[in-house]
Design a binder for this molecule. Structure first.
Ligand code: SAM
Length: 279
């Protein structure tokens, strides 16, 4: 019998993975550490299966340790007798409360079997929600920027916990970053917002992140040239040389044999920048 740490994804019920949904449906008890994760879990399980845990709103480490010991003591017997789940938004191993539970279970209930079901993290979901591409070979750093902090240094950063966007923005703009903010991305609860203007989101909302990129960053992906060199693009690929999706094809449209496909993948992978880093 097992304790499952389940990542629920960013908030929309259908972004829970198939495996996560199956485990939730089969679990005897589903514990949630907060209101939002509880409401996502409720899209998949009956309310009678939800086991609420009480966590004090405190930074006092003694009190937090006591709360986690109490939570683990409540969960462990149920995880010995059956399957239970502990849900978190996003992924359980990314800036998540699940880490506290895992360490407490390991320390005080080491016989409990533990398994993790990864979830769609805000770390990756932001890219689609905000129309950003982190192309192969690029670096990307994860930082926190609570209470107006403006961490700087890396070429590209995702900043979590942006609770004072105008103050954070000031420091980032001064350091030469272009910044886009995303609030409640892929979330059913509350309004989703994507904006470059920090004053649009000046009221505090914990579910806010920022993507910061150095303004003078040069993107070196081979196909980036298509965005600036229209003429070259139209010379190289005529209308009938594209697939239905508009993707250029290598041979004017005829079906490729399998060995040609393998060779094409290899060439694109290496010469197109996916084999090695460019920065
Ligand atoms: C403690 S971290 C939890 C991260 C989560 N475990 C994950 O993998 O996405 C919380 C921070 O993640 C960011 N975040 C999480 N979900 C988000 C969402 N749906 N939209 C925007 N930001 C989100 C916010 O910056 C928030 O302050």
């Amino acid at each position: 019998m097992t304790l499952y740490g389940i990542g629920l994804g960013p908030g929309e019920a259908d972004l829970v993975t198939v495996r996560g949904k199956r485990v939730l449906e089969n679990a005897d008890v589903v514990y949630s550490p907060g209101r939002l994760s509880r409401s996502v879990a409720l899209e998949h399980v009956e309310e009678s299966k939800i086991g609420d845990l009480d966590f004090p709103m405190t930074r006092d480490e003694e009190k937090l340790r006591a709360a986690w010991k109490e939570a683990a003591a409540e969960i462990a017997p149920n995880a010995r007798a059956g399957d239970v789940a502990f849900v978190t938004l996003g992924d359980p191993n990314v800036y998540s409360t699940f880490g506290h539970l895992r360490r407490t279970i390991d320390a005080f209930h080491p016989d409990v079997e533990l398994e993790i079901v990864p979830g769609v993290s805000a770390v990756t979901a932001f890219a689609t929600a905000m129309g950003v591409e982190i192309e192969a070979g690029a670096g990307l750093s994860l930082r926190e920027a609570a209470n107006g902090a403006s961490p700087t240094g890396p070429d590209r950063m995702i900043l979590f916990k942006v609770t004072d966007a105008p103050a954070t923005h000031e420091g980032l703009a001064e350091a030469g970053y272009d910044v886009t903010y995303g609030r409640r991305l892929f979330m059913e609860q509350g309004d989703t917002r994507v904006t470059d203007d920090p004053t649009d989101i000046d009221e505090r909302d914990y579910y806010t992140l920022a993507y910061a990129e150095k303004a003078d960053l040069e993107i070196e992906a081979a196909t980036a040239a298509f965005q600036t060199d229209d003429e070259a693009g139209s010379d190289e690929t005529s209308a009938d040389e594209t697939t239905a999706d508009g993707e250029p094809v290598a041979d004017g449209g005829r079906d490729l044999h399998e060995d040609e496909l393998v060779s094409l993948e290899h060439t694109e992978g290496c010469e197109g920048g996916d084999c090695g880093g460019h920065r």
